[in-house]
Structures are given as C-alpha cells and as structure tokens.
Ligand binder design. Structure first.
Ligand SMILES: Nc1ncnc2c1ncn2[C@@H]1O[C@H](COP(=O)(O)OP(=O)(O)OP(=O)(O)O)[C@@H](O)[C@H]1O
Length: 254
C-alpha cells in the first residue's frame, strides 16, 4: 500500500495522556506466562490495533485491560472521566439471551446507562433486523450486535476482540469504520485483528504482541518504514519470531 492511499499511516498528533494504561503487566496461567511485562497506553481519539499470531496473548491482554482478568503482577489504571460506563467490550464470541429480539437486547443495555437504543443499532447497520430473535441471527450479525452493545452509553474506552472475524468483506470494513468513527468522536479504541490490510488502512497505532510480549508499537507507516516493508503484513512477518503460518503454543513450543 502506498502512502497516498493509507488512511491513517501516521495519524493525527498523539496526545501524551492515556485514558487506560497497563504497566508492567504479567499474567500467568499455572506455570505458563501468557503476558510478560506488558506496558501499553490507550489514548483518547485514537484507534489502536492489537495484532499478533494465534495464541500470542491478545485476548488475555484485552481481558486484563477491561478488568475481566486480574494481572498476576503489574497494574491497569483508568484515567478517564467518571462516567457510568467506562469501558465497552466486544468479546470474541458475543452471546446474548437467545429468546430476546435484537431490539430487546440493546434496550436491556441502554436501560442500564439511560441511553437510546436507536444509535447503537444504526451504527452497525442492524436497524432492519431489530425485530429478529437473537437465536435467528447469523454469526456475523451476532458479532455486530456485540459491537453495538459495546458502544452503548458512549464509553471513553472501547475494546473489541476480533470484531471483524467471520464477517463478509463489506461488513469487516464496516466494523473498522465503526471503530474509526468512535475514535474520531474521542474514544480510545482498541481492536484486535488478523486483518492486516484493514489495520493498515484504519489504525493510527499498532501494537504487535508475540509470545506474550509487545515486540513493536508504532503507526502502520512507521512500522513498515522500520522493517523496510511494502505492507504491514510484510512488516509483521519480519517482526514476529518464527513463521507466521505456524501456531505458537506458549508453554509448549515457545
Ligand atoms: N484460562 C486459561 N488457562 C490456561 N491457558 C490459557 C487460558 N487462557 C488463555 N490461555 C493460553 O494463553 C495463550 C494465549 O491465549 P489468547 O487467547 O490470549 O491468545 P490470542 O492471541 O487471543 O489467540 P487467537 O488469535 O487465537 O484468538 C494460549 O496459549 C492459551 O492457550
């Protein structure tokens, strides 16, 4: 990809004040260390992408950042406004009450923070499916409902775990557009993804996780320049240890 058609190669000037910060976070499961001394900061108005091979610790890091998992050592601190919902989270496989309609589902979440249900559904293009039961949705639509619920109440931090996986190309792009527009509205947005093309196009900042460690963190353009790579995918292959097409199992072959 050339600099000309890269939407956010360098991004706007970055502020120096993260709204959510992990400092020296280590997380162990039994005797396996899945995250090792990870320090990251999420800044308001910035779309950050988290990339890394399968099993590199992305979901674990996202769950630690959201407070769903406690770090074994280190700490996560929130420095944003005191609002009723600080962090919206899209888990990798969102699950909702199957007998609820899409509308009832989103109303359940909007009632918790006194928000309107129309905007979150409209944002992800699910308005036309509002009367559908959750158990009649496709996997991709369920994921979009997950994205919609994560944006309810406009939390200052939105964390999405592979929101584009399993969606068709148009909808994959739409999830990144949603992430982009949330960041443009001022949120600190963190999206994990294996789609380097969309990451390169939409993210201002990229964190590369490999073997539970942050091995690179920069704008897509700077990462490509550092690696003398023509694309983020080429740069990524150079950055991560081992072949990118081989599964690294922490505690087994890593
Ligand atoms: N609860 C757990 N108990 C033991 N090991 C775990 C647990 N959760 C995750 N792991 C291990 O931690 C490592 C990282 O898993 P994680 O799901 O964070 O990776 P990931 O980068 O999100 O992978 P993917 O891209 O495949 O979704 C893996 O080796 C996984 O087996």
């Amino acid at each position: 990809m050339t600099e000309d058609n890269r939407t956010n190669g360098t991004g706007p000037e970055r502020s120096t004040s993260p709204v959510l910060e992990a400092s020296d976070v280590t997380r162990e499961f039994g005797d396996v260390t899945v995250l090792r001394d990870v320090s990251v900061g999420l800044e308001p108005g910035t779309l950050t992408a988290l990339v890394g091979p399968n099993g590199s610790g992305k979901t674990t890091l996202l769950r630690v950042l959201c407070g769903l998992l406690a770090p074994s050592s280190g700490e996560v601190s929130y420095h944003g406004p005191e609002v009723s919902r600080k962090i919206g989270y899209v888990q990798q496989q969102p699950a909702f009450r199957p007998e609820f309609s899409v509308q009832e589902t989103i109303e359940f979440y909007t009632a918790l923070v006194d928000a309107e249900p129309e905007e979150p559904l409209d944002r992800v293009g699910l308005t036309a499916a509002a009367s559908r039961r959750v158990d009649s949705l496709s996997g991709g639509m369920t994921r979009l409902l997950g994205v919609a619920q994560a944006t309810v109440g406009d939390p200052p931090v939105v964390v999405m775990d592979e929101p584009a996986t399993g969606l068709d190309p148009g909808m994959r792009r739409r999830t990144f557009e949603v992430a982009r527009s949330l960041a443009s509205d001022g949120a600190a947005v963190l999206v994990s993804s294996h789609d380097m093309t969309l990451v390169e196009e939409y993210a201002e900042h990229v964190l590369v996780l490999d073997g539970g460690e942050v091995v690179a963190a920069d704008s897509p353009g700077a990462l490509c320049a550092e690696q003398e790579a023509d694309s983020l995918w080429d740069g990524f292959e150079d950055i991560v240890e081992g072949p990118a097409d081989e599964l690294a199992v922490l505690g087994v072959n890593r």
